[in-house]
Write a protein that binds this ligand. Structure first.
Ligand SMILES: [Fe+2]
Length: 280
């Protein structure tokens, strides 16, 4: 039986490393719209932090690759996770970031996506609108293979699956702590980043983020609505590179022993309020 992250070594999404053809313009978006501020970076990475959210931005010509950075609660738990991964023949590569204490490491999933695990470094205290970086989602051409890796090898737990008429999974939501999902994958025709999400405190925060984007003339492209899996309220906008950002409230919590839910692949699963955006 797989010991899950949720049981043994809870992990939460902490930062994203984004790669851009125009890092300065992208950084300007995150400073202005997400209220992020620069922290000193030892190299050409732009490192921006805000209240419970952070991004690193690299020039696509730097050769650095995008990755998702998770944090654990203690050195002991980080060591335990590294041991488990090593026993499962996963190579733990050293990684450095001013957002981590030393000892962080990076792994590759079967399709080459990078995921890092570490302990959060102390950074400057930031104030601003509530929006904790909470989950990230990818489209994949090999859903079954990546889900097997994330669940059986790393220890993510499946919270919900969206299945087609034949019962084949099309979307899988996975958790690494008590929150419904910190990571999800959609079956699709490409291997691309789908979106990332900021969890707010309540519906009124969604209103305030909506007003903020309205003032900047950044239009909503999906939502507002409520997702079936996770039961969270949401809307989505895009950044200056076209990356999709979601703002969410009321994301469900799931117990260790809860069995995965199964949902039909339809508009009302992805948005119970109405029209959905179905990936192809
Ligand atoms: Fe999402």
């Amino acid at each position: 039986m797989v010991i899950t992250l949720q049981q043994a070594t809870p992990a939460r999404l902490h930062h994203l490393h984004i790669v851009s053809d125009d890092p300065q313009q992208l950084a300007a978006f995150y400073r202005a719209r997400l209220g992020l501020e620069d922290v000193e970076s030892p190299d050409d990475r732009i490192v921006l932090t805000g209240p419970s959210r952070a991004v690193e931005i690299s020039d696509s010509r730097s050769g650095r690759l995008p990755h998702s950075g998770f944090v654990l609660n203690s050195t002991q738990e980080l060591d335990r996770l590294r041991q488990r991964l090593t026993m499962n023949d996963v190579q733990c590569l050293p990684t450095d970031s001013v957002l981590y204490w030393s000892g962080a490491f990076m792994i590759r999933d079967p399709q080459g996506r990078l995921v890092s695990f570490g302990l959060a470094a102390d950074g400057p205290q930031r104030n601003g609108m509530p929006g904790r970086l909470q989950h990230t989602v990818f489209q994949t051409t090999e859903l079954e293979r990546v889900i097997a890796f994330y669940t059986e090898v790393i220890g993510f737990s499946i919270s919900d699956e969206v299945v087609d008429d034949s019962g084949k999974p099309m979307v899988v939501f996975m958790r690494s702590d008590d929150e419904h999902h910190t990571l999800a994958f959609f079956q699709g025709s490409q291997n691309v980043w789908d979106h990332h999400c900021y969890e707010t405190s309540e519906w009124n925060d969604i209103r305030d983020w909506g007003d903020l984007f309205a003032k900047a003339e950044v239009p909503i492209f999906f939502g507002p609505g409520r997702h079936g899996p996770g039961n969270n309220l949401f809307f989505m906008v895009t950044d200056s590179d076209g990356n999709r950002l979601e703002f969410s409230a009321e994301l469900a919590h799931v117990s260790v022993d809860d069995a995965p839910g199964v949902w039909p692949h339809g508009e009302r699963t992805l948005n119970s309020w109405g029209r959905a955006w179905i990936r192809t």
